[in-house]
Ligand binder design. Structure first.
Ligand SMILES: *Cc1c(COP(=O)(O)O)cnc(C)c1O
Length: 415
């Protein structure tokens, strides 16, 4: 239904449920968000509906479906697996509840969410604006794939809202895209400022909120149009699946779901189930990760072997103030520079016993990486410096191990 339609009795009831849900805490939403009390077969858990297609009893049922008459229970039945799946829908409702959105659409990966959103919304000849400290593949998609389709991208410095406004081309700019916190410097976007710019110039806004999770930050509540997450990270939380989500207003998400049926990047029901299961513990996991990360950041900042620490919970971080206003916690990633060069930084990483060396973040296991050797391996030291990545930079994505064990491990490795 369109947002400006007069609500029927049924949707009024639904809205009441949504309002009640919006008043609930993070963990209650993570466990119960969007869930029907009574599920198929009286199962407590959402069943995995492992099917590629759906059947019709007879031709009349098919015709009724095509005429949209058989929407009993306010619930849409499905026609074919690429258009929807009940296990997937259950997770979508939960993600909408978590991010205070009207609806959500789930994809096979975070990048599928980003690319499907942009491909679905942008016309040829459009222009978009993106902040510079941005997920590398998102920027690559805009600067190569979208460019090929005649869509131009302006990249503006993170935190410079005057530059963002100046980059807006009337009638051409369609999207303001940012991330918060960013990778790897954990810069925080001023959500209110971006939402206001979007409204003033009639430009859509999107925030990649992967590093924050809905536990720490809910951009829709600040007036942002679309929130995306790589659900591969904190939402699933166990480093065992890839998924992505877009959350926003009901009519816009419905249009994205229709487009997903064409673009094809729906998540499969097994992964949707695992994601649903992972999300149930999101609140407790993220609270633990917030707590440990703040202690780790403080410990590192006071350690003589560390040159610099970036963590939005530290007063030394350039965006500390805005982080305090917008966020319930500062997240589980800590970025820092070890006093030393490429080799001595690697040696420090190799002395650590708890974190695995791996890209990604947000799971129960701590992961650590030296961006110079992971995302920027093919570049020289000088080229990396030009991109703002020093050889001694380390990104530590904290898991749910005990805080004291992580601190002890860092202490023994920083000799
Ligand atoms: C990982 C990540 C993505 C991409 O998500 P995938 O699930 O790996 O496709 C996008 N944005 C951010 C901030 C990420 O960390």
């Amino acid at each position: 239904m369109k947002l400006n339609e007069v609500p029927t009795q049924a949707t009024e009831v639904k809205t009441d449920v949504k309002l009640a849900e919006a008043a609930r805490g993070n963990s209650t939403r993570a466990v119960h968000g969007g869930a029907k009390r009574r599920k198929a077969f009286n199962a407590l858990n959402t069943p995995i509906v492992q099917t590629a297609t759906y059947t019709f009893g007879d031709t009349q049922e098919l015709i009724d479906y095509m005429e949209r008459k058989t929407w009993g229970d306010g619930e849409d039945r499905e026609e074919y697996g690429r258009y929807g799946n009940p296990t997937v829908s259950a997770v979508e409702r939960k993600l909408a509840a978590l991010d205070s959105g009207e609806d959500a659409v789930l994809y096979a990966s975070g990048m599928a969410a980003v690319t499907s959103l942009l491909l679905s919304v942008l016309p040829t000849g459009a222009h978009i604006i993106m902040t510079d400290d941005c997920y590398r593949r998102t920027r690559q998609f805009a600067l190569t794939f979208l460019k090929r389709l005649g869509i131009e991208t302006s990249v503006v410095p993170m935190g410079d809202y005057a530059a963002m406004e100046a980059a807006i081309i009337p009638k051409k700019t369609r999207f303001l895209i940012s991330e918060s916190p960013t990778n790897p410097y954990l810069r925080i976007a001023d959500l209110q400022a971006i939402a206001d710019l979007g409204k003033r110039h009639k430009v859509l806004t999107m925030i990649d909120s992967t590093f924050a999770t809905p536990v720490n930050q809910r951009p829709l509540e600040w007036g942002i149009d679309f929130v995306i997450h790589s659900a591969t990270k904190y939402l699933s939380g166990h480093n065992d699946l890839l998924a992505g989500v877009v959350v926003g207003k009901a009519d816009r998400i419905k249009a994205l779901r229709d487009a997903r049926g064409v673009l094809g990047a729906i998540v499969d029901p097994q992964n949707a189930y695992l994601l649903d299961r992972g999300i149930k513990t999101l609140g407790v996991r993220v609270e633990q990760q917030n707590r440990t990360a703040l202690e780790v950041a403080r410990f590192l900042e006071s350690h003589p072997a560390i040159e610099r620490v970036w963590y939005p919970g530290l007063e030394s971080h350039p965006d500390h103030e805005i982080a305090c206003q917008q966020m319930g916690g500062f997240g589980g990633v800590v970025t820092f520079e070890v006093r030393g060069d490429l080799k001595s930084t690697s040696e420090f990483i190799d002395r650590l016993k708890i974190p695995y060396i791996a890209p990604s973040l947000g799971g129960v296991e701590s992961l650590i990486e030296q961006p110079a050797l992971m995302s920027y391996y093919e570049k020289t030291t000088e080229e990396r410096l030009a991109l703002g990545m020093k050889d001694n930079l380390v990104r530590f994505a904290i898991g749910i191990e005990d805080t004291t064990d992580i601190l002890d491990d860092l202490d023994q490795a920083l000799c």
